[in-house]
Design a protein around this ligand. Sequence first.
Ligand code: HEC
Ligand code: HEC
Length: 310
Amino acid sequence: MKNGLAIIIGFLILGSLFIGWKISQDLGASETTTAPQQSEGTASNTIEFNPPSIEDVPDGPLGESIKYGYDLMMDTNTIADEYVGNNLSCASCHANGGTVQNGAPMIGLTAVYPEYRPREGEVFTLEDRINGCMIRSMNGQMIPEDSKEMRAMIAYLHYLSEGIPAGADIPWRAAKEQKQFPVPSIEDGEKVYAQSCASCHAADGGGTGPNTGPALWGENSFNDGAGMSRLTNMAGYVQKNMPKGQGGTLTDQQAIDVAAYILSHDRPEFKGHEKDWPKGGRPADIMNNEKREQIKNGTIDWEAMVTVKK
Ligand code: HEC
Ligand code: HEC
């Protein structure tokens, strides 16, 4: 009996020694495979674009809020009608609720906010940023921070960012883009529009619906304080995403031409312009009434509008 016990204890000791050795081997192995990756580049190399499915949202009160947040992103102008001042949804730009890599994705945002924005000289929370799009892109009102709607949008954005570590460098963020475009021709842009865009966005730019072909100009579109009102932002977005399903097919010239054509039309005016960008001035490529006047009388400086610092 005593011998039996000794043998068992002996095996246990040997076994744990072996496991200890195995673990240290594995750690050693993984150290040697990850070390070169870290020295080659930044942490962004290791973050993959892998949005979770809305189908996998768990049951229960948190899950209900996440799903409500998703519905709000997809059908903003109907569900949150009282706050929205045009005929757009968040998904009109943040394709499929921000889950498409080239369509202004919203994956990873809870890892990077709050964020300091030098131009405004202000620390922005995620709520501030959502409300930035509410008063500009949605031409509407701010959603109160303690409302069911704002909580749901935040819950949804947290769900989208699950597993992405705080402070991570998010390689697909739209805000990082900076690209040089050639000087546009509005006449050529009109042809591109008629041929490749009007079928979904309508010949008069009024759109066919927030998620089938959103309004690109006129009273149901975003206002002239929106990110999309910046010529190179619009051109970059269009080139990567449009025509829907054929992103990457337009040349730089076609993309800037059609963006200039779209932005040459009237749209709602943002009411807070005079207080905008207190530090660093208005971006040079914002297309507003003043610039549209310059297009009409031929004095617009296109060169300055395509040479912008973001
Ligand atoms: C007309 C197009 C448009 C619509 C509609 C729109 N957005 Fe945006 N949104 C943008 C663009 C463009 C940016 C990036 C702006 C920039 O360059 O900084 C952005 C940025 C954001 C960001 C910050 C992303 C980042 O990487 O920091 C959030 C959050 C956001 N939008 C939320 C929303 C929500 C929520 C809605 C609906 C209530 C909405 N947006 C509607 C165009 C739009
Ligand atoms: C097959 C339909 C279709 C075609 C064709 C199409 N779009 Fe879109 N467009 C959409 C949809 C749907 C969205 C909403 C975002 C998404 O789902 O990708 C959108 C969104 C946009 C947006 C952002 C929303 C907004 O209100 O600003 C712009 C800008 C845009 N399209 C420009 C264009 C341009 C320019 C062309 C032609 C080169 C074009 N689209 C062709 C369907 C289309």
